[in-house]
Structures are given as structure tokens and as C-alpha cells.
Design a protein around this ligand. Sequence first.
Ligand code: SF4
Length: 411
Amino acid sequence: MPLTSSSAVNSSVNPSVSSLIDPQINNSPASVPEILEKALAGEDIFPAEAVALLQQDQPEIIEMIRSTADRLRQEQVGDRVTYVINRNINFTNICEQHCSFCAFRRDAEQPGAFWLDFGDILAKTTEAVERGATEICMQGGLNLAAKINGSSLAYYQKVVETIKSNFPDLHLHAFSPQEIQFIAREDSLSYAQVIQALQAAGVGSMPGTAAEVLDDRLRQILCPEKINSNTWLEIVSTAHSLGMFTTSTMLSGHIEKPHHQAAHLNYLRELQQQAMLLCKANANAQNYPARITEFIILPFVGESAPKPLRSRVGRDQPILADNLLLTAVARIFLGNWIPNQQPSWVKLGLEGATTALNWGCNDLGGTLMEEHITTMAGAKGGTCLEPEQLKEAIKSLNRPYQQRDTLYNLI
Ligand code: SF4
């Protein structure tokens, strides 16, 4: 039972957007060393201070930011680097939407369209379990035909039950806030009804994808058909209030500016603060409410993206240096509240992701076993890593490695 209605949650989560959108209104009076000192003293920095850090371009100042992030990471979560053995299953790429960064989606009749049947999903899951997976991560396109007896929810429940009836102990990390809204819309249900039904079927946690950048003006360019920022926040808040853990993400390195990035981080921090305060208020409650388990930066890969956005961004692969600075600022801004931070090896490559472990990250993500969404966009990082490769990468930094489960319990 939620403590508060989703509209109440939503209104308290949203910061004063206007003060974040315009960096002229909210310029940081503090110098970079003062901001970093404040962070090292354990205080949260302001969004305008994050903007000031993100605007730096002098190597020695960037090194100060990196070393602060690395020290905070060490203080907040230690030297251990975790990883998870998981399999990604993208069950269909047939999608009603047309996000401008997406090279994955197809219309049903288009070449390259796919839709796995329940047998395929079970076969992939079985293979993953045989290879040691503790988690299946599942997301797909918004496929209007994916219904059972006219119900989208019934279809998604069947997907979940296909996995959970055969592997009850496997953690199912599934369905983005966008998919939750899609099911709710198709079946005329509330977000809470959809989340509760999927939770009852066996979903263990939700990916915090579809966040892209939480700025509605940018979303009009990036993903005009997607849920807006408030709806994303509302669905994730609702999930937390129902005991459903989520991750959190940011799509970076396209048309967004530092003040958009800072505003996005601030939305996530406020969302997490709210979840944690509610948790404190209900110390005796079992698994209620939940919160954000990790933050992942997803740099834009444009190689096969639709032309207009690709041309506007003007490059095909992420700029590692930009990603690393954002990684460090994310640690400084979010670390008191979201201590687990992960780079995307699919997008940065294993070498780039390993470098990010010195810029504030403490987790190297999952083995994935297969990945389609980013790979179809032209990412060079590959689609599968063996646990040994992740361990070797971590060892190369003289840091200890440790397998974990989806919710960051050590294995
Ligand atoms: S990003 Fe997701 S919702 Fe957008 S077009 Fe691609 S598959 Fe569809």
C-alpha cells in the first residue's frame, strides 16, 4: 500500500525546473576547489555547482574533479568493484514509437523485425542459467500486437511466468517505465495496477531506462512520443512505493548541455531522497518502499541512428573524455544517495568502462550475453563478456572484484 498518492509524490519530487534550466539564473558563486571541498566534507552540491564542474576544460582542473570523485567513491563504497552475471533479452524490436536516437525499432513488416515466442524466451533463459546467470534483464519495443485475449498486461504476465515458473529463483529485471505506461494505456489501468500485477507475476526490479534526459524540451526532439519527465518520475516513484526497486539512467552526449545533465541528476537525487525518507519512516515495513539501486550513464551512439539526430550530433561514437567528466560529476552529485554507479561497457568498450572505474564508478555491470539495442545503433563494445573478462579488467586496476546480485547483495 503506497504511503502517498502518486500525484503527491510527483509534485514533491520535481524541483524548481526554471532555476535549473537557465544557468544564468543559477550561476554557482563557488570556485571549483570550494565545490570539491564541500563534496569531500560530505555535503551535497547544488545543481549550479554541478554545472560549474561540467563546464571545466583545463586538464589540471578535470584531474581535481576526477580525484575527488575517486576519493568519494572510495569513502562511500570502498575499493571493491562488483559485477553481475546476467542475460539481456530484448524480446521484440517491433515498436509503435520512433525515437530519434533509436536504430533498434522496426515496423512489423520491415526487414530485421523480430518477436521472440515464449519458447525462444525460455530457451535463452535456460542457456543463461546454465552459464551462471542470476538475472534476466528484459525490455522490448512497444508492440501493439503483443496481447493475449486483447490484454497487453496478460501478454507481459505470460512472459514473466514463462521464466519464473521454470526458474523461480532467477531475478527478473524487466520493463522500463515506458513499457509500464504502454501496458497501462492499452489496458486502461493505473501504473500501480500494472506494476503490482507484474510484481505478483515475478518481476523483481525495473530498469530505470526511458529516462533519456529529463527535460521535456529535449524530449520533444529525442523521443516526442515517449512519456514526459513527470510521468517517468511518477512511474518510478510508484514502483518504489510498491516495494519495486529500480535502476536509474541518463542518455548523454547528444544535444544536451551541462545544465540539462545537472537538472537530470537533481531529479534522480530528489527521487532517491524521497524513497529513502519514506523507507526511514517505515523502518518496520518489509521491503517497503524500495529505491534506486544504481546509476548508469548511457552515452549516445549514433552510427546507425536515424539521420536527423545523427547529423545534429555530428559524430558516431561517444567522446570518452566527456563521459568521464560526467561520470565524476555524477559521483560527486549523487554519491551520498545513489552510491552504486556503473559505466556502460557496451557503449564505451571494456577499456573505456574500466577507465571509468577511476572516475567514480564502483560496478562494471553485467555479462549481458546478448545485446541488441545499442549494438544495432553501432556500438563497438560488443554484446557479451565472460565473467573472467570483467574480473581481469577489475584486477588490472589492483582493485578487488566481487560478483553481486541485481540488488547489490554480494554473492
Ligand atoms: S527507444 Fe524504445 S520506445 Fe523508442 S523507438 Fe526505440 S524501441 Fe521504441
